[in-house]
Design a protein around this ligand. Structure first.
Ligand SMILES: Nc1nc2c(c(=O)[nH]1)N[C@H]1C(S)=C(S)[C@@H](COP(=O)(O)O)O[C@H]1N2
Ligand SMILES: [Mo]
Length: 199
C-alpha cells in the first residue's frame, strides 16, 4: 500500500531526505480549508506592522528580477519532494522595497483564505527564499498556492504560505495557525522540529 504513494530514495537522494520523511510520488496538495479564488486585477500584497505600510500590485512585484529556483520540499506529515522547480523572485529583492523598523524581529505571513504562519526575520530574509508564481514552467496552480506563494526551503513546508498577500512585521514572536495548534514555532526538518511539545 505504501508503495503506491511513496518511493524509496536512492543513496544520493537519501542524504537529502530528512529523518522521518519519505519521498512522495507526484506533488501532493496540502491545504487546510478551501482554495481561495483570486482575481489577479484585484490581487494586492500588503506590508504593515514594524515597517512603512505599503501596498504592492501584481505588476509591481512582477517588475522584480525573476529567477528559476530548484528546492526540496518537506511536509511535516512526512512526505518530501526533491528538486521542485519554481519561477519567482527573491525575498531579499522584495525586502529592498520595504522600509523596516530596526526592532522588527519576526514576521507573520498572511494569506487569502486567512491562513497565517510565523517566521523569525533571519529565517525569512535568507538569500535562497523566494516567492513563486510558476511551478515546473507552468503558472502556479491554484491548489499549490497560485497566483503567488512563498517558499522557504530550509523549514517544513507549512511555513511556505500559499496565496500569500501580506507581511506583518513584529517585535515579539506571535504564533500562526498551525503553530497555535501544536506545531513547532520554527519547524526545521533536519532537527525534526515538528511539534511544540506544549500539547
Ligand atoms: N495558505 C496556506 N498555505 C499553506 C497551507 C495552507 O493550508 N494554507 N498548507 C501548508 C502546508 S502544511 C504545506 S505541506 C504546504 C503544501 O503545499 P502544496 O499544497 O503546494 O504541496 O503548503 C503550506 N502552505
Ligand atoms: Mo504540511
Amino acid at each position: 500500500m505504501l508503495g503506491k504513494f511513496f518511493q524509496k530514495p536512492d543513496q544520493a537522494q537519501g542524504e537529502r531526505v530528512p529523518p522521518g520523511q519519505h519521498l512522495a510520488k507526484g506533488f501532493p496538495v496540502l491545504t487546510y480549508g478551501a482554495t481561495p479564488q483570486i482575481n489577479i486585477e484585484e490581487w494586492e500584497f500588503r506590508v504593515w506592522g514594524l515597517a512603512k505600510p505599503a501596498v504592492f500590485t501584481w505588476s509591481d512585484l512582477m517588475a522584480l528580477p525573476q529567477h528559476e529556483f530548484t528546492a526540496d520540499f518537506h511536509c511535516v506529515t512526512r512526505w518530501s519532494k526533491l528538486d521542485v522547480k519554481w519561477t519567482g523572485f527573491k525575498v531579499t529583492d522584495l525586502m529592498n522595497l520595504i522600509e523596516l523598523e530596526p526592532e522588527a524581529a519576526h514576521v507573520m505571513e498572511h494569506c487569502y483564505g486567512d491562513y497565517t504562519t510565523n517566521i523569525a526575520i533571519e529565517d525569512f530574509v535568507r538569500a535562497e527564499n523566494f516567492f513563486a508564481f510558476q511551478l515546473f514552467g507552468e503558472p502556479l496552480p491554484a491548489e499549490h498556492g497560485g497566483p503567488l506563494r512563498l517558499v522557504v526551503p530550509h523549514l517544513y513546508a507549512w511555513k511556505s504560505a500559499k496565496w500569500i498577500n501580506g507581511l506583518e512585521f513584529l517585535k515579539k514572536e506571535e504564533l500562526g495557525f498551525w503553530e497555535r495548534n501544536g506545531y513547532h514555532r520554527r519547524g526545521e526538518p533536519w532537527a525534526e522540529e515538528r511539534y511544540s511539545g506544549r500539547f
